[in-house]
Design a protein. Structure first.
Length: 374
C-alpha cells in the first residue's frame, strides 16, 4: 500500500523516459490519493513541460551526459559534466532532506544517475526501469546497486549485472491505445475495405523515411489499392510539394499527409501495417494494438538501442526490419507488397505482436514499488 508514502520519480530528457514514469505516477495518484509524489529532473529538457502539465511537482538539478565523439566542443561539455557531478550530490541530498522520500524510482536519462545513486548510498529503497532491449549506460551502472531492476524486454538482462533478480514488467501504454477498436477506428477514418498503411518518423520527422515514403506513394497511389496516412514531422513539411512534383494528387481520398498525428490511437487501430522507428514506447503500442510493422531503427541513438528493440519483434515474427543504411523507396515498396501478398504472413505478424503485449505493465510496476518499500 502506498497511502501516505512519499515517492520520488527521477527521469528526463525524452518522452520515452518521461511518459512511462508519468503513467505510473498517475495511476498511483488515482489509487492512492494520499501518496505524495515528486519528480526530479533537469531545468532545460522536456520534463519541465510534461511533468507540470501532468500536475506533478518538479524539482531540478543541473546535470548533463558525457559526449563520446571526440571534439573540442564535446571536451568542453564533458568538463562541464564533471563539474556538475562534483556538486550534484549535495543538491540531491537537500531535495531528500526536504521531501524525505520512502522510495526513489529511476526511469532513465542521465539525470536519474546521481539521484538514484545517492538514494541507494543513503539507504533509501530504490528501483529502476529500463525501457530498451539494450540498456543505457546509466541504468547498467545503477543495476548493480538498486533494490530492484524492472525491464520492458527480458533481452536487456544479459547486458546488466543486477544486484537482485530482475522483473519483466513491460512498458505502460496509454489506455486509449489499448482500448481502441479497429472497426470503429476504420469507420471514423472512412477507410473502407482498402488496406491502410500508416507511416511516420517521429515528431521532428526522419528525412530518410520521408524520402522513402514519397517514392512508395508515387509508385503505389496510382493503383488505388491502398490508403495512406503519413506524418511528415516538423522538418518534413516539404513532402506535399515533393509529392506534387512527382505527379501525386494530394486531393485523392486515399491519401492523408499530415505534419503530426493527433489521433494516434485511432490511426494505429485502423492501420493494416505501420512503418516507423523502433523506440520502446512505439513498440509497446504496436504490441498492445497487435499491429504488423516495418521498423526502420534510428541509427542516431545511444548504443544503437532502437535496432535491438526492433529485433525483439523481428525474432518473434511480429515485424520486418530495414536498417536506415539500406532504406530506399524501392526496397520499402517491395517489402510492403511482399507482406500484403501473403495474408497468412500479415495475420501471423499481428498475432505475434499481440502475444508479446504486456497490458498490465503499470500494475506490475506499482506492485514492485509496494513490495520494495515493505
Amino acid at each position: 500500500m502506498l497511502n501516505n508514502k512519499k515517492i520520488i520519480f527521477t527521469t528526463g530528457g525524452t518522452g520515452g523516459h518521461i511518459n512511462p514514469a508519468l503513467a505510473v505516477a498517475g495511476e498511483i495518484r488515482r489509487k492512492y490519493p494520499d501518496a505524495k509524489i515528486l519528480f526530479v529532473g533537469t531545468s532545460d529538457r522536456l520534463e519541465t513541460k510534461l511533468v507540470p502539465d501532468a500536475g506533478f511537482e518538479l524539482r531540478t538539478i543541473e546535470m548533463s551526459g558525457f559526449q563520446r565523439k571526440p571534439s573540442l566542443e564535446n571536451l568542453k561539455r564533458n568538463l562541464l559534466t564533471v563539474k556538475r557531478l562534483l556538486t550534484v550530490t549535495g543538491k540531491v541530498k537537500k531535495i531528500f532532506s526536504d521531501f524525505n522520500p520512502d522510495i526513489v524510482i529511476g526511469f532513465g536519462g542521465y539525470v536519474s544517475g546521481p539521484v538514484v545513486r545517492t538514494a541507494a548510498k543513503s539507504g533509501i529503497p530504490t528501483v529502476i526501469h529500463e525501457q530498451n532491449a539494450f540498456p543505457g549506460v546509466t541504468n547498467k551502472a545503477l543495476a548493480k546497486m538498486v533494490d530492484k531492476v524492472m525491464l520492458t524486454a527480458a533481452e536487456a538482462e544479459k547486458y546488466m549485472q543486477p544486484k537482485n533478480p530482475v522483473e519483466v514488467t513491460g512498458l505502460p501504454v496509454r489506455h486509449e491505445i489499448v482500448e481502441a477498436d479497429r472497426s470503429f477506428a476504420r469507420a471514423e477514418l472512412g477507410v473502407g475495405d482498402k488496406p491502410l498503411i500508416l507511416s511516420m518518423g517521429g515528431s521532428l520527422g526522419a528525412r530518410t523515411i520521408n524520402d522513402a515514403m514519397v517514392e512508395v506513394i508515387k509508385k503505389l497511389q496510382p493503383e488505388h489499392k491502398f490508403r495512406f496516412i503519413h506524418a511528415t514531422g516538423k522538418f518534413g513539411t516539404w513532402v506535399p510539394d515533393k509529392l506534387k512534383e512527382n505527379g501525386v494528387d494530394l486531393d485523392d481520398e486515399d491519401l492523408d499527409i499530415r505534419e503530426y498525428i493527433n489521433n494516434m490511437d485511432v490511426c494505429m487501430a485502423a492501420a493494416d501495417i505501420i512503418i516507423g522507428r523502433s523506440g520502446a514506447s512505439t513498440l509497446s503500442e504496436l504490441q498492445a494494438t497487435g499491429s504488423a510493422s516495418i521498423l526502420i531503427p534510428s541509427p542516431n541513438v545511444t548504443e544503437n538501442h532502437q535496432y535491438h528493440n526492433a529485433m525483439e519483434l523481428v525474432k518473434c515474427g511480429a515485424a520486418e526490419i530495414i536498417e536506415e543504411k539500406d532504406l530506399t523507396g524501392e526496397i520499402l515498396t517491395n517489402k510492403i507488397l511482399e507482406i500484403f501478398a501473403d495474408e497468412n504472413k500479415l495475420e501471423s505478424m499481428r498475432k505475434n505482436a499481440k502475444e508479446m503485449a504486456i497490458l498490465d505493465s503499470t500494475d506490475r510496476i506499482i506492485k514492485i514499488i509496494e513490495d520494495t518499500i515493505r
